[in-house]
Design a protein. Structure first.
Length: 482
């Protein structure tokens, strides 16, 4: 799974000047393609001009395919991957990797612990239908999500029985690392229901998150690479909150993305980060695409609280939105996926606090291609992403607790889990539906970004003890000499 992404990460340091040149030309080609596609539907153009534009688009598409082929040759030519080999992930004793594999006819789960490997054949029939029902019910309609917790409980429990129940006895006390396949990428496993209750409300449902910490990875191979990367403990956050209003509009390939309402809670969201981490804040007109591109590689934590646009047919045309800057002829205020993947980030974590950043196009053999993927291509070690249009207010509250937990030395996945549980405990019943808290998930290396204070205390104590022992030994030998 995710073989192209894996090879890109595996050979990131080996990319030569020719590889960089191919990427630069691909970026230029894609921008020209977007320009001509935006002009294509202009009805005021005469037939000769329309023919010229269509010819340009055809030539650019051919060139783009040639460049992608050249890039793939460069990637796979450097590959030292042995297909069929299981990666050396070095799991901790309390970690369980669950790797799903859908052949089209059958569904399997491979479970990897530190010293054991287990194999389970799951019930395929009806599984996709129940996953689709669960996602549709909880993510596409607030009214559905709030109407009937008992119905939701039933659907989420059936999903649990199909994809978790056969090996649920192995989950006790374990941190789960989920590598979904196909349609399983569309749901957060946190909201699966272990057991049903007769008297039910959204606040007392037996969600899987109550018992297990959960993180995600595109594949075991990718997790192995991310876990081996060195860590930068600089912990300075670049926090972005662009300015929008109802009169703003964006045009992408002749598609009108309008209007863009102001996000009322994102400014508070990024201001709260400053309570726990050193933060550089870009808001309003300063939160421009140009400023982000020029400064992003200087920070190891990137937080984008903004709108996003999604092209589910071609996720590389999805993008993150920034403030529109008057008279800026170089940037259009949208950082597209094909632009993001060419950046060279040093980010330990990227937080995409926007809608649908973890959802895109399902590709056989590669999995989910989304806006989040492009940040991994660019060098991020982990990405916090959304699986549906997240709520502005609830996300702001969860993010605040998330950074508080991170500052206390918890892992990224545990920090997010604790923040969600805290939100569920305090939210009113009408806002405790998984619609409001389950959409954000963390993918990649979820190690802590702050050294654990207990570990620090232990090492300081050991240092003092060794120093004391050394002084005693020195004094004893000195007295003997005398």
């Amino acid at each position: 799974k995710a073989y192209i992404l894996f090879n890109s990460l595996n050979n990131r340091e080996l990319q030569d000047e020719n590889h960089t040149s191919l990427y630069n030309e691909l970026s230029d080609t894609q921008q020209l393609l977007s320009y001509y596609q935006a002009r294509k539907n202009n009805n005021s153009l005469d037939s000769a001009k329309q023919f010229e534009i269509n010819t340009s688009i055809t030539n650019l598409l051919i060139r783009r395919d040639q460049l992608l082929s050249g890039i793939n040759d460069n990637i796979f030519g450097n590959s030292n991957v042995k297909l069929g080999s299981f990666p050396d992930i070095k799991l901790k004793k309390n970690e369980l990797l669950i790797n799903y594999f859908d052949t089209g006819e059958e569904l399997f789960a491979f479970l990897l612990q530190r010293d054991d490997l287990f194999f389970f054949k799951l019930e395929k029939k009806g599984t996709k239908d129940i996953i689709d029902s669960l996602r549709n019910y909880i993510s596409y309609s607030k009214s559905n999500a709030l109407s009937d917790p008992k119905r939701f409980q039933k659907i989420a429990n059936i999903a649990f029985q199909k994809i978790i129940q056969p090996f649920s006895h192995k989950l006790e006390g374990m941190n789960l690392i989920i590598s979904p396949d196909g349609y399983l990428n569309l749901i957060p496993f946190e909201l699966l229901v272990r057991e049903t209750k007769d008297l039910v409300s959204y606040s007392n449902i037996d969600y899987l998150i109550r018992n297990n910490n959960i993180q995600y990875t595109y594949s075991a191979n990718i997790l192995s690479i991310l876990n081996q990367r060195s860590q930068n403990f600089q912990n300075q956050v670049l926090a972005i909150s662009p300015q929008f209003n109802n009169t703003n509009s964006r045009v992408k390939n002749s598609i009108q993305w309008s209007p863009l309402p102001e996000l009322n809670h994102t400014l508070t969201e990024i201001q709260n980060i400053g309570n726990y981490f050193d933060k550089v804040q870009q808001t309003g007109i300063e939160a421009s695409e140009t400023n982000f591109v020029l400064n992003a590689d200087n920070f190891n934590i990137l937080h984008l609280a903004t709108h996003s646009i999604n092209d589910f047919n071609d996720p590389m045309n999805s993008g993150v939105l920034f403030s529109k800057v008057p008279h800026d002829t170089l940037q259009d205020g949208v950082l597209y996926g094909y632009e993001i993947q060419f950046q060279r980030l040093n980010a330990e974590m990227v937080v995409l606090s926007a809608c649908n950043t973890g959802v895109g196009k399902l590709v056989d053999g590669e999995g989910m291609i989304s806006l989040a993927n492009t940040f991994f291509y660019a060098g991020a070690n982990s990405v916090v992403m959304s699986l549906w249009p997240v709520g502005d207010k609830s996300t702001s509250e969860i993010i605040k607790e998330f950074y508080r937990n991170l500052s206390e030395g918890y892992s990224k996945s545990e920090s997010l889990r604790m923040a969600k549980l805290s939100y569920m405990e305090t939210a009113p019943e009408i806002a405790s539906s998984p619609y409001y808290w389950a959409g954000l998930v963390v993918n990649g290396n979820t190690r802590p970004i702050v050294s654990n204070s207990l570990d620090w205390y232990i090492w300081v104590t050991i240092s003092f003890l060794l120093t004391g022992i050394g002084w005693i030994v020195y004094s004893w030998f000195g007295n003997r000499k005398q």
